[in-house]
Every structure is written in structure tokens, then in C-alpha cells.
Design a protein around this ligand. Structure first.
Ligand SMILES: [Zn+2]
Ligand SMILES: [Zn+2]
Length: 169
């Protein structure tokens, strides 16, 4: 996604790229969005939003699931020769890339945004029950004998304790 930086002050760039352009394993379908580029002398500000779909594997139950993401983009491009003079800009709340030869490339910026949106421990749902540690059954699909057994073991004892406490009163 190379964009020439000459001949405009402000421009809108429509994003509609296949996931194969990004080489991100988890990415599915297309990446869509809109970025506004604002040029202020040697500095270009990119701001916008992209949408995409990730295919993830749940860290608890190991099922794969898809999730739709919407991520904000905010990025600065600075001309390379200006690096020492405008270095203080990099301390702002946005990533900065230095460009040469009147061309900026949006693709690495979009790719980084996608990579950062991938959770370290994906969960298919907040309350995912995971797998039974004994037989490996997916407990979201129903209980197995091990889970039931555990409950049966605890309940009678609790009943006994309750009865004892009641007697003492
Ligand atoms: Zn899960
Ligand atoms: Zn089990």
C-alpha cells in the first residue's frame, strides 16, 4: 500500500485488501477501512479505522472461533532527513515511521495494528469451561462423569457437616 506524498495536503485512503497481503496466520477474509492522511510540511499524520476477522484458538477449550475486530489507526510518517530536528515528535501518543523518496507505506502500519489486536490468551467466551483434566472432554458441550463424580463426593460430606452443626445449635 504505497502512497506518493506529493500533490496533496489531505487525502482519504480506502482500505480493502485480502488477508493474504498481510502474512498474519490468524487473519481471515478482507481487511477494510478508511484512513485520512494529513500532510503538514514534512510530517504526515494518518488516522482512521480498520475492520478484520481473526480466527483464534481458545486457550481453555482449544476450539477455534472467529472474532470480528475494529481497531483505530493513528500513525505519523516523518521524512527521514528531518529525523534529528523533529525527534521530539516521537514522544507523542502515536507510532512514527520515517519515509524516504516521497513514498509512505501503510501496509506495515496496518499489519502491526492487526498483530497487536491478537490476544495472548484467546477465549472463545468469557465463561468458557475448558476441558476436563481427566478425559479431555470439552465441558462447554456438557459435563463428563469426572465433573459429576466430584460433585457427588463433596455433597454428602457437606450434608454431614451441616447436620453436625445443626445438632450443636
Ligand atoms: Zn473455549
Ligand atoms: Zn472428564
Amino acid at each position: 500500500m504505497k502512497i506518493h506524498v506529493t500533490g496533496w495536503e489531505e487525502r482519504e485512503v480506502e482500505i480493502n485488501l485480502p488477508s493474504s497481503s498481510f502474512k498474519v496466520e490468524e487473519l481471515r477474509g478482507r481487511v477494510r477501512g478508511r484512513i485520512v492522511l494529513l500532510k503538514r510540511e514534512e510530517r504526515i499524520e494518518a488516522e482512521g479505522e480498520i475492520e478484520f476477522t481473526l480466527s483464534l484458538t481458545c486457550s481453555r477449550c482449544l476450539e477455534t472461533f472467529e472474532v470480528h475486530k475494529r481497531e483505530r489507526i493513528r500513525h505519523f510518517f516523518l521524512r527521514k532527513e528531518r529525523l534529528p530536528k523533529e525527534k521530539e515528535l516521537s514522544s507523542e501518543d502515536a507510532e512514527t515511521t520515517y519515509y524516504e523518496e516521497e513514498v509512505i507505506d501503510m501496509l506495515p502500519v496496518l499489519r502491526d495494528t492487526i498483530l497487536l489486536s491478537i490476544p495472548l490468551k484467546p477465549l472463545c467466551r468469557e465463561e468458557c469451561k475448558g476441558l476436563c483434566p481427566v478425559c479431555g472432554k470439552n465441558l462447554n458441550e456438557g459435563e463428563c462423569e469426572h465433573v459429576k463424580k466430584k460433585e457427588e463426593e463433596i455433597d454428602p460430606r457437606w450434608e454431614k457437616l451441616k447436620a453436625l452443626l445443626e445438632k450443636e445449635e
